[in-house]
Design a protein. Structure first.
Ligand SMILES: NC(=O)c1ccc[n+]([C@@H]2O[C@H](COP(=O)([O-])OP(=O)(O)OC[C@H]3O[C@@H](n4cnc5c(N)ncnc54)[C@H](OP(=O)(O)O)[C@@H]3O)[C@@H](O)[C@H]2O)c1
Length: 445
């Protein structure tokens, strides 16, 4: 591994140098163990501790198949799917690997007694499989997490509609929280040159998801002037949704849970901010019943901030706890666009407010190949910025996942894999200098 790292750290290294580097037989990776998938049975979600389920193991380098690449991972990030995987909720990810493994001889490699997690990476291509011509050893890349087979026509217009659509490093093995990762070459995209490895690794999953959910016509199709209510506006998804709203001429109404998070939204340029803790909303009276008076109180607060207007779009992901309120506060003809259910997936809302006011609920999930590419292009151009707040070592991934699980983080949490320290990997210092305050916005004091 030292030879690989030396080649990456040497700016003179050529593609031929990388092609000549000997691949190790094994590498360090963050894994779950199949024989531990019942370890948290009966424990409340909040008390399930990712530090107990996530292991740092030595894994054999997988065989490279057609259309694939092996990438030396300099940095990765923690996503909420890392949390879901590590607490085995809503289901154990080993079921995904078994199902994928049944598809073909190639995919059988993914069905292992361990699961290497991680749906983001920034690094350097080491090897490419047969049929890969667009990438070569030595290319500096980031990877998005859409894994598709594309053998069915269903996904030919929108690759997210492929019947074999999976999220790499969540529903497939050999993810990015490791020193080496296995990806399909179509996941690869150029690394934004003005960013460090850990900054470049952090937007991937959430940035692409927010792009489809809010900007793409496959999602809410946001336009100039729209009022956009953004739940968790300083979190992983929300920190990108807020930037997209501002960059696209819309008005974000940011919901957060602390003055520190409100300050970050303000720093991004948002003016309408609601601290849900300070306001003390109680959308649910008890386990079964919601309180429409609280929806109204929330709606009144939004109108106070918008000069009397309602929201055109609600950027939804908390799910059960907020969904009734989200449907209620959306303007007539508006859109609730949802990609998740962090607080519970059995949603309840008053349908009269939906149909009588001709509102739409749109489901959105990650992003297709093209959307992921466009989202990365905006990062590379310095129009949308990473929201990295803190970086951990690979060995500390369990702690990083616990912080995200307990909502103690801001924006995105990074993980150094091969990179020996933060701050490496910038090859366009001029562009970086231009955007430095925005790049560091989530870093805190
Ligand atoms: N479908 C997809 O492709 C996709 C992609 C990415 C993420 N996701 C899912 O989306 C969800 C959020 O992901 P993320 O990366 O943004 O996570 P995150 O970084 O934890 O941010 C989510 C934010 O939502 C807010 N929130 C959490 N629970 C809430 C509740 N009960 N009521 C109101 N607000 C709440 C919190 O902000 P405040 O405390 O400041 O309000 C939190 O910081 C996760 O469930 C994740 O699995 C789905």
């Amino acid at each position: 591994m030292k030879e690989i790292l030396d080649a990456i750290l040497n700016p003179e290294s050529t593609s031929a140098d990388f092609a000549a580097v000997k691949l190790p037989e094994s590498y360090r990776a963050i894994t779950l163990h199949k024989d531990e998938q019942e370890m948290f049975a009966g424990i409340p979600s909040r008390d399930k501790d990712p530090r107990k389920s996530l292991h740092l193991d030595e894994i054999a380098v997988p065989q490279l198949g057609p259309g694939e690449a092996l990438v030396a991972v300099m940095a990765s990030s923690v996503n909420y799917n890392t949390v879901w995987s590590s607490i085995f909720e809503p289901v154990s990810t080993f079921g995904f690997l078994e199902r994928y493994g049944r598809l073909s001889a190639e995919t059988a490699r993914h069905d292992q007694p361990f699961h290497v997690l991680g749906s983001d990476l920034a690094g350097v291509v080491l090897r490419t499989g047969p049929g890969v011509h667009a990438w070569k050893p030595g290319d500096q890349v980031v990877a998005h997490c859409l894994s598709v087979e594309l053998e069915s026509a269903d996904g030919h217009n929108d690759t997210m509609l492929d019947p074999e659509q999976r999220i790499w490093g969540f529903e497939t093995n050999y993810g990015g929280l490791a020193e080496i990762a296995l990806v399909k070459s179509n996941q690869l995209m150029p690394k934004p040159k003005h960013l460090t490895w850990e900054e470049a690794a952090s937007p991937g999953l959430v940035n692409s998801t927010a792009y489809r959910q809010l900007v793409s016509r496959n999602g809410a199709g946001m336009k100039q002037g729209d009022n956009v209510l953004i739940w968790g506006a300083s979190g992983g998804l929300g920190s990108y949704a807020t930037q997209y709203a501002l960059a696209g001429g819309a008005t974000p109404i940011c919901v957060v849970s602390s003055p520190e998070k409100a300050k970050i939204c303000q720093d991004m340029g948002a003016e309408a901010i609601i601290d849900r803790n300070a306001e003390g909303y109680r959308f649910w009276k008890d386990e079964q019943n919601q309180d429409p008076r609280e929806w109204k109180r929330f709606g009144a607060k939004i109108r106070e901030l918008t000069g009397g207007e309602d929201v055109d779009i609600v950027f939804e992901h908390p799910g059960r706890e907020t969904f009734g309120a989200s449907v209620y506060v959306t303007r007539k003809g508006g859109t609730v666009v949802t990609c998740a259910s962090t607080s519970g997936y059995m949603h309840q809302y008053d349908n009269r407010y939906l149909w009588m006011s001709l509102k739409r609920i749109v489901g959105s999930h990650f992003a297709n190949y093209r959307e992921a590419w466009e989202a990365n292009r905006l990062i590379a151009k310095g129009k949308i910025h990473p929201t990295l707040s803190k970086t951990y070592t690979l060995a500390e991934t369990g702690q990083a996942a616990l912080d995200v699980h307990h909502n103690k983080h801001q924006g995105k949490v990074g993980v150094l894999c091969l990179s020996p320290e933060e701050g490496l990997g910038v090859t366009d210092p001029e562009l970086r200098a231009k955007h430095l305050p925005a790049i560091n916005r989530f870093r805190g004091e």
